[in-house]
Design a protein around this ligand. Structure first.
Ligand code: DON
Length: 586
């Protein structure tokens, strides 16, 4: 067959050229990185994260971020940097980071596919009994579980950080403690945020002359911004740990001071409690969400289980199509939150004491069954899920930091004293603030704790038991590599804050700064109220109210410290809700 020879048509030629030319131009002038890059480089993005190529630390303390980063630059790994940052915050962020608290560190090492959850949660002292926290009428007395000597659980922070370093780190404990010792002994300039946080707890702190001596000037006057906060006793304690390891804290000179003070002041922690404290390596809980792998904290935190349970339910709804913070999105989120928090009150506690049905709670089938009951038009009243309650609110304080190194190793760490400055009591001669974590137990079934969380038998107080937590250090993998490392502060708000950081990135395509800055919502089943931050638009609030929600607009929620890694690029953001943090990489 004779091929028809097409006649050259100038119009057709121009048409073809006009199609091809923009494509060639696009490929030529757009670097490959920008094509596959994250919206961080989107000039239209409203907020931009910090950016780096090798490693990054994101924390709520400039000093901790810089101390951790220094370790990364020296060739240390993410665990080395995290432990260094953790000890540094015990000095520079005393409202949450004291050696007298506890927490959780989640580690993911892509080289070995190893994921570990270090559990250094506080434990109930051997002598602790629920009856000690009741008044004459047999009701829970918040003063006792939150403010006095018996509010403190056996601290886990020193054991946890030392264990992480020993098992997964490469530097010495002495190196990890060096910046903390320096900052404690030589001081660092107090900033407005530190001064303000102290003035908020001053009345409570007056019960502890030792705390007043450290955190206020003679006569109880506040430090002025820029004046150095020097913590000599804390420096000595840190030196003792650097020289003798965690034994100094649990059996040596520091232990002597803690237990001596407990005896004098009617506290519960004994030599035996300290000597027998152990941080544990647990298996993280694992789930998946729209093709991403989720690793998070297992019990005794409720964080990981609830996060995965909520994600499993949400997977059945096209949130991306519904739109960020649209009425429909908030409605399904709130319903999933209620269902998950109801389960928290029932089934979660210390797995060494109770049989937590983790695999059922994080199974996709279970979530499908639960979410099938969600009415697309109406809020389900919480008392149709279970009996009601009320939530007192008190200012807590926890802190989270995230780290990634040049090998892609990731660490997500959340630790706390529970309230801001814990019980407010410092052990004389040590610089160690005591936690008030005993309030996280369900002292009487159904009676809410300081975060309005209720519980039952699973989280009942027992000697040696770890109290249930909401801390949710989380690492999300994409194609087997850490993609998103995040966690937050905020008591009961932690889990929903982390949930929204994840959905903001995965469902709504936000960069990590936009994801952190976006307005948050929260429901915890009891009390039956939908909390939102300021900034949710009035129309949405009205529509939600019409659906049956009691919408309460108020305080900010959580403070997430997050890192995202895409290809060779690392992006990080410290939450703007708390000043004083820093996301920095190299
Ligand atoms: O472990 C818990 O869930 C609580 N003790 C955490 C307290 C907290 O996050 C306070 N923060 N703002």
């Amino acid at each position: 067959m004779r091929r028809l020879k097409k006649k050259f048509s100038p119009i057709r030629f121009i048409q073809v050229l006009s199609l091809i030319f923009p494509m060639i131009l696009f490929l030529y002038v757009t670097p490959v990185s920008a094509v596959e890059a994250y919206p961080a480089f989107d000039p239209e993005a409203r907020f931009h994260p910090a950016f780096a190529r090798q490693g990054m630390v994101v924390s709520e303390s400039v000093y901790a971020t810089r101390a951790g980063l220094e370790v990364l630059k020296e060739g240390g790994n993410a665990v080395d940097a995290a432990v260094t940052a953790g000890f540094t915050m015990a000095v520079t962020y005393p409202r949450a980071g004291s050696l007298g608290g506890g927490g959780f560190m989640l580690i993911y090492l892509p080289g070995t596919n190893e994921a570990a959850a270090i559990d250094y949660r506080e434990k109930a002292p051997g002598a602790a009994r629920s009856s000690m926290y009741l008044n004459e009428k047999g009701e829970v007395d918040g003063e006792k579980s939150r403010h006095g000597m018996i509010a403190a659980g056996v601290p886990g922070t020193v054991a946890g950080l030392a264990l992480a370093l020993d098992k997964y780190g490469t530097i010495t404990l002495e190196r990890a403690l060096r910046p903390a010792i320096d900052l404690a002994e030589n001081g660092f300039p107090a900033d407005e945020e530190l001064i303000r946080s102290l003035s908020r707890v001053k009345e409570r702190m007056k019960a502890s002359p030792e705390s007043m001596k450290i955190f206020f000037k003679d006569g109880g006057e506040s430090y002025a911004a820029g004046e150095p906060l020097i913590q000599k006793d804390l420096g000595r304690t840190l030196r003792q740990i650097a020289e003798s390891g965690p034994d100094a804290f649990y059996e040596g000179a520091v232990a002597e001071k803690i237990t001596g003070f407990m005896k004098e002041e009617g506290g519960l922690i004994t030599k035996k409690d300290l000597a027998s404290y152990e941080a544990l390596v647990r298996k993280p809980v694992r789930g998946s969400y729209r093709g991403y792998d989720i690793y998070s904290m297992p019990p005794p935190s409720s964080g990981g289980v609830l996060l995965i349970e909520m994600l499993n339910m949400l997977e059945g709804f096209p949130l991306g199509t519904y739109g960020h913070n649209s009425t429909r999105t908030i409605h399904v989120m709130a319903e999933c939150m209620k269902l998950a928090y109801a389960d928290r009150s029932m089934y979660l506690g210390d797995p060494d004491f109770v049989d937590v049905p983790v695999s059922r709670l994080i199974s996709k089938d279970y979530a499908r069954g639960l979410s099938a009951g969600i009415d697309p038009e109406r809020a389900t009243p919480s008392d149709r899920i279970s009996p009601g309650g009320t939530a007192p609110r008190e200012g807590g304080n926890t802190t989270h930091f995230s780290v990634i190194d040049k090998w892609g190793n990731a660490v997500s760490n959340t630790y706390t004293l529970n309230f801001s400055y814990g019980s407010g009591i410092t052990v004389p001669g040590t610089g160690i603030l005591l936690n008030n974590e005993m309030d996280d137990f369900s002292i009487t079934p159904g009676v809410p704790n300081a975060y309005g969380l209720t519980g039952g038998e699973y989280n009942a107080l027992a000697p040696g038991k770890r109290m249930l937590s909401s801390m949710t250090p989380t690492i999300v993998l994409r194609d087997g590599k850490p993609f998103l490392i995040t966690g937050s502060v905020g008591g009961s708000l932690i889990i929903t804050t982390v949930l929204q950081v994840l959905t903001n990135v995965i469902d709504f395509g936000m960069n990590i700064a936009e994801a952190a800055y976006a307005v948050r919502v929260h429901h915890q089943w009891l009390p039956d109220e939908l909390r939102t931050e300021r900034g949710l638009n009035a129309d949405t609030i009205r529509l939600l109210s019409d659906m049956g929600y009691s919408v309460v607009t108020g305080d900010t929620m959580g403070s997430a410290q997050s890192i995202v890694k895409i290809g060779d690029y690392i992006y990080g953001t410290t939450d703007p809700r708390r000043p004083g943090g820093l996301a920095e990489g190299y």
